[in-house]
Write a protein that binds this ligand. Structure first.
Ligand code: SF4
Ligand code: SF4
Length: 105
């Protein structure tokens, strides 16, 4: 069962809602992610291979696929304030297996 991450109630509700609105988006965030990581995040088609390869996924609520989606949608706050981000072990399995050569790591 997922544990509470201590988000403010309003944000928790929004994250569970899964419907995001344009005003929540920071399009520049996607460009910054792509620039810093030298990857093509917007090419992600949400296949889930990265999460399926991730050793942290079965042991936690961390889902790299979700992070990729947030990056593509420009949801900077939701992406960077998710404490799960620190559960990445930098094993590079997702990068090795991504069919789009995106390098989620
Ligand atoms: Fe996106 Fe690549 Fe992950 Fe598939 S494996 S969800 S294309 S980042
Ligand atoms: Fe998961 Fe991080 Fe390994 Fe990718 S590099 S599979 S996100 S632990």
């Amino acid at each position: 069962m997922a544990r509470s991450k201590g988000y403010p109630e309003a944000l928790e509700k929004k994250l569970h809602d899964q419907r995001f609105y344009r005003e929540d988006s920071t399009p520049d965030f996607t460009k910054r992610v792509e620039g810093i990581s030298r990857t093509i995040a917007h090419m992600c088609y949400q296949c889930g291979t990265c999460t399926g390869s991730c050793p942290s996924a079965p042991r936690s609520t961390y889902r790299i696929r979700k992070f990729m989606r947030r990056a593509v949608l420009g949801l900077e706050n939701e992406a960077l304030n998710d404490p799960d981000l620190w559960l990445c072990t930098t094993c590079y399995s997702c990068t090795d297996r991504c069919p789009r050569d995106i390098a989620p790591t």
